[in-house]
Every structure is written in C-alpha cells, then in structure tokens.
Design a protein around this ligand. Structure first.
Ligand code: SDX
Length: 424
C-alpha cells in the first residue's frame, strides 16, 4: 500500500502520493497539487525539491556515502578506471573485458577534432579562460554533426555523439591550454590511453616529447573517476533542463560546462588554490581567515568547504586528501599550500561555526593541490572537473530522454505591480 501525505489548507484536505526510492528516500509527489488546490510549492535553489527519480548515483549526505550505479566510490576509485566508470554510468552495468576494449578503441578513434574547429580555437584571446573556450567549442562542435539535432534522438546517433564527446573533450581542453600559451597544438596519438593522450597533448611540444609518468597517469585517472557524477548538482540539472527542450546533447553539455564554471560549483577548485595562495602570502595565519569566513559582513567564504548534500565528510575529499600525500611524496613535490590546507581544515573542523553548520571539506578542497603537482595550471582545474563529469552529465541527459521527461518549466509566485494603465 503506497503511502500518502495529507495537506490541510483553507478548510480543505488534500491527499498527496508519496514515492519511495530503493534506498528508502521518500518524496511527496506534487504533480497534481495545483490542479486540486490551486497551490504550488516554492523552494529557491531547490534545496528541498527533487527534480526526478534517477537510478544513476546515490548520495547519503548524513553518512557521507557516494555510489555510482550501486558501486561505492571507494571501490571504484581503488579498482576501476575512468573509461570503465564512464561505461558503467552511461550504460548502467560494468562492461565485460571485451566490451571495455571495444569502448576504449571506439573512443581512441574519435579523439581527432575537425580541422575547421582550429579557426574557432585560434580566434579566442590568449588570456581566454579555458572554461569559456570549452563551452563555446562544444556548442560549435554540434554544427559539424547536424544529425545530432534529431529531437527523437535515434539510439545510433546518440551513441555516436556520446563517443565523440568523451573522445574529443580532452583534445579541446588541451587545445585551449596550448592556445593560452601561444604554443602549437598537439594531436592525439592512438597508441596512448585516455589519460596519457590528454597529458601528452597538454605538455608535449613539436620540439620535444613528454615523458609519461605512470604515477601522474594513475593519479589523473583516479581524479576523473571521483568527479564522474554527483546526481542532481547544479551543472547536471542545467544539462537536464537544456536537454528537456529536445536541444541536442552538445548544447546540453555546453550548458553544463557553463554552470560548472561558477566558483560556488566546479570553479571552487580554482578558487581554493587562489585562496590558499592568498593565505600563504598573508603569512599563513589560518585563524584570521577562518574568522573572516565566519564574519557575515565579510564576503570571504572558505572555498572548498560546505556542501548542499554532504553534512558529513565528502567521501571524495577523504580519498583525495589521502592521495595528495601519496602522489606528492611519489613525485617528490613539497607544496607549502598543502600544509596550509591541512591547518585550515583542522582549525575549521574545531570551530563551532563550521561544526554547527556541518561544513566539511568537499571534493574541491584538495583536488587543486594534486592537479598542481601534476603540472596542470590553475585556470585548467575546472576543465579537469568537466572532463571527469562528462560521463555523468551524459548519463543524466540520457536517463531524462529515455524516461521521456517533460520540458522543464518551473512556476513562480508573482510579486510585481498589479495591473496598471499605460499613461495618456
Ligand atoms: C561542488 O551539488 C554538488 O553535488 C556539487 C559538487 C558536485 O560534485 O557536483 O559536489 C561539486 O560544487 C562542491 C561545492 C564547491 N563550492 C565551494 O566549495 C564554495 C564554498 N561553499 C559554499 O559556497 C556552500 O557551502 C555551497 C554553495 C557549496 C553550498 O551552499 P548551500 O547549500 O546553499 O548552503 P548555504 O550557502 O545556505 O550555507 C549554509 C550556512 C550559511 O550560514 P548561515 O546563513 O546559516 O549563517 O553555511 C554557511 C553559509 O553562510 N557557509 C559557509 C560556507 N558554506 C556555507 N560559510 C563559510 N564558508 C563556506 N564555505
């Protein structure tokens, strides 16, 4: 017998169905609320509003649990690879060895970008932020594949678009980086795996090879796994909303990149390093900066801290923090901002303001320290987040399409002028 919730309003009683998920989460289904009572609900930022029922990723914010298609993030980060996780998120099951090999091979053979795209890349100013370049280039890429515009999205063309996006995003990202340096772009090499290829396109030059370090490659693969999906976050919701109008997958992903860019979301990993550098230059007085973060009259926030869902440790932050020590020691890197980050975390987690608000380090707090140790420039940190999050965005878009969800169009409560006559 499914549960219901009773709403008493204006002397009337309304029974509303309650849906229950596979992890016993419960939600009041308000689809028919306006029709029966004239009421809508309102929830700026959708802090307590579910937008969909999804089978992709499960988070438990209180317990700090994150699972992709039921598999705990700790096990995937330890035992899987990024392309295997991408397959899992998008197709719902882990691939067989043969399926994975075919998937990797298909991606390898789509890493080249149409030569005409170079004219767009070269048109950007040298100092263009790579997230602006990436969002524009992904949308521009759609113009080379008009068959992807099909609103009915036949399976074959969708699968092709998915492979093209996963294959070409690292190439576009590396192009943005090379353009920012005024360096010639490097082409993908089919003999390299996904992460090796990206690193080579980022750091090799026509004049000298890039020496591929397995420590760097494995660290990057793990970071991409940790960023691969996170249920209905801001950028995934942007992808779903744009896709719900039957806009094509390229334009939906371009919207996701734009949403991720914000410093309150994926842009936080760049903001964390800039914050840590500022604290270092200021003498490393973490108490002073923790107090600034608490001061309502001060706009400063502790970037990389707090989360809409996690009211306990972000499990990804725990894994990344441990990986920080491992990777920096393996690479022989001694980064003073890591010590500042650890001191900041220790100070904040003892402070009543953070404890009362359940503010813990999130995925962005330590990730930038590893990216920096891998030689990734700060402005590219959020691009790394986008490369990792791409399979998740695609999985969310695909689920929305396959479930034939309606176009997203929220209601509002109007608070403006009542009717008035135009003068004269
Ligand atoms: C990501 O949604 C996802 O899943 C996102 C993500 C993903 O994988 O897709 O996990 C990736 O975006 C991680 C978050 C990265 N952003 C940052 O690190 C930026 C700093 N953090 C915040 O701005 C904030 O914590 C948010 C945006 C992450 C969450 O904001 P909420 O849920 O809207 O919470 P809030 O702003 O209402 O804060 C509640 C209270 C407020 O104080 P009071 O009004 O109750 O007195 O906590 C305070 C806030 O002022 N607060 C902070 C703080 N974060 C929240 N105070 C100081 N420093 C902070 N970082």
């Amino acid at each position: 017998m499914s549960k219901t919730a009773t709403l008493n309003f204006d002397g009337n009683q309304y029974e509303l169905p309650v849906v229950e998920g596979s992890e016993s989460e419960q939600a009041i289904d308000i689809a028919k609320l306006r029709g029966s009572s004239g009421l809508i609900t309102i929830d700026p930022g959708f802090k307590n509003t579910g937008s969909t029922q999804s089978a992709i990723t499960f988070l438990d914010g209180e317990k700090g649990i994150l699972r992709y298609r039921g598999y705990p993030i700790e096990q995937l980060a330890e035992k899987s690879t990024f392309l295997e996780v991408a397959y899992l998120l998008i197709k719902g099951e882990l691939p067989t060895a043969k399926e994975l090999e075919e998937y990797k091979d298909s991606i390898t053979h789509h890493t080249l970008v149409h030569e005409d795209m170079k004219q767009f890349a070269e048109a950007f100013p040298t100092k263009a932020h790579p997230m602006g370049v990436l969002s524009a280039m992904i949308s521009a890429m759609s113009t080379f594949y008009p068959e992807s515009y099909d609103p009915n999205r036949d399976t074959e063309s969708v699968d092709k678009t998915i492979i093209r996006l996963i294959a070409k995003l690292p190439t576009l990202a590396a192009w943005a980086h090379k353009n920012s340096l005024g360096h010639p772009i490097m082409y993908p090499k089919n003999k390299l795996n996904y992460c090796e290829n990206f690193l080579n396109m980022m750091f090799a030059m026509p004049t000298e090879d890039y020496e591929i370090d397995p420590v760097v490659v494995n660290a990057l693969d793990k970071l991409l796994i940790l960023h691969a999906d996170h249920e209905q976050n801001c950028s995934a919701s942007a992808v779903r909303l744009v896709g719900s109008s039957q806009s094509n997958l390229y334009s939906s992903i371009s919207a996701g990149v734009s949403a991720l860019w914000g410093p309150l979301h994926g842009g936080a990993n760049q903001a964390v390093i800039e914050m840590l550098e500022k604290i270092k230059e200021d003498g490393g007085d973490v108490e002073k900066w923790v107090n600034k973060a608490k001061d309502k009259n001060d706009t400063f926030r502790l970037m990389g801290f707090g989360h809409r869902v996690y009211k306990n440790f972000d499990p990804r932050a725990k894994i990344i923090k441990k990986a920080c020590d491992d990777i920096l020691s393996k690479l022989g890197v001694n980064d003073p901002v890591l010590d500042i980050a650890k001191k900041l975390e220790e100070t904040a987690l003892k402070d009543e303001y953070f404890v009362a608000r359940k503010l813990y380090p999130n995925v962005d707090f330590y990730s930038g320290i590893i990216y920096r140790a891998l030689g990734i420039p700060t402005e590219m940190f959020t691009v790394m987040f986008a490369i990792g999050r791409l399979p998740g965005w695609i999985a969310q878009w695909k689920e929305m399409v396959e479930n034939k969800e309606p176009i997203g169009r929220p209601r509002q409560v109007y608070v403006g002028s009542q009717e008035r006559q135009y003068p004269g």
